[in-house]
Design a protein around this ligand. Structure first.
Ligand code: GLU
Length: 289
């Protein structure tokens, strides 16, 4: 085997149907491209991560029959993130940002997607009035350049992260590593060659490629962003809004085959919600890769 793909859920709730769809794509991709599968628990948000959700990720995946070759958990990798931060700091690429949410809203423009584009106020004033005892996050200085990248499903993109979001936080006000930072450090350090994840994260890709470049990885992974399952109103499923969990179904006696069939149907992989074995569900996902 020459490459490695990861499945990287955040343990901020129980896994839901959207995660199962994503897992099917990840494991199908591992068959297609002959990749090892790495299970990464993305518990960088210590305020929202819970041990019972972590346990449940392992159990739910095993219950469906998914097997993985290696695993990691972000909360145990503090020293790796610290080293990456030091490497950026030593090149002057990190600065504290003291802006409040209100200031961020009022003083910066928004991108087409409604995201705040940070204009670098605290970069400009960093030598002047920065008082590190005040609450602050840490932002990385992102180069002002267009990142060209290819999505194996959606095609070519050319995006400038400076115009999408500007310099973005790598550590938050509570001293926690952000998703963007932890994921880049991990994708480099864990030797990830393929990233398969939901379309909702597509906007993060250019900024992750830019940050990985700053961290020393010049060849980014291959990316594929798959379609999502939406709720009846067309909104994507989310743990925060208490999407119905796989665990609830398991507890009420729904079989793995029924769940796999339902998710493949809702994800547009098969024409009917009839029960499927894991192998059949993986073949259905594989056909769309
Ligand atoms: N942890 C993220 C999530 O649960 C996935 C991150 C990624 O695949 O890059 O949505």
């Amino acid at each position: 085997m020459c490459g490695k793909i990861r499945f990287a859920p955040s343990p901020t709730g129980y896994l839901h149907e959207g995660h199962l769809l994503s897992a099917l794509y990840v494991w199908a991709a591992s068959h297609k491209w002959n990749l090892q599968v790495h299970l990464r628990i993305e518990d960088h948000d210590r305020g929202r991560a819970r041990d019972e959700y972590i346990r449940s990720i392992y159990e739910d995946l095993a219950w469906f029959g998914f097997r993985w070759d290696s695993q990691s958990i972000q909360s145990e990798r503090e020293s790796v993130y610290r080293r990456a931060l030091e490497s950026l700091e030593s090149r002057g690429l990190v600065y504290p940002c003291f802006c409040s949410r209100k200031q961020l809203e009022e003083e910066n423009p928004k991108s087409e997607t409604g995201e705040i584009v940070y204009r670098g106020k605290c970069l400009v004033r960093r030598e002047m009035d920065a008082d590190a005892s005040q609450p602050h996050n840490l932002r990385v200085v992102i180069p002002d350049k267009v990142i060209k990248w290819h999505d194996l499903r959606l095609g070519d993109f050319a995006e400038n992260p400076k115009l999408q979001c500007g310099d973005f936080p790598i550590r938050d006000r509570d001293g926690q590593w952000t998703y963007q930072f932890a994921v880049c450090v991990d994708d480099i350090d864990e030797g990830i060659t393929h990233v398969v994840r939901g379309e909702d994260l597509r906007n993060s890709t250019a900024r992750q490629i830019a940050l990985m470049e700053l961290l020393g990885r010049s060849t980014p992974p291959f990316y594929l962003h798959h379609g999502l399952i939406t709720d009846p109103t067309g909104k994507k499923l989310s743990k925060r809004e208490k999407a119905h969990s796989l665990r609830q179904d398991r507890d009420s006696g729904v079989s793995a085959e029924e769940l796999l069939g339902r998710v493949c149907f809702k994800g547009g992989l098969v024409p009917s919600p009839a029960p499927l074995s894991l192998e059949q569900a993986l073949s259905a996902a594989l056909a769309l890769l």
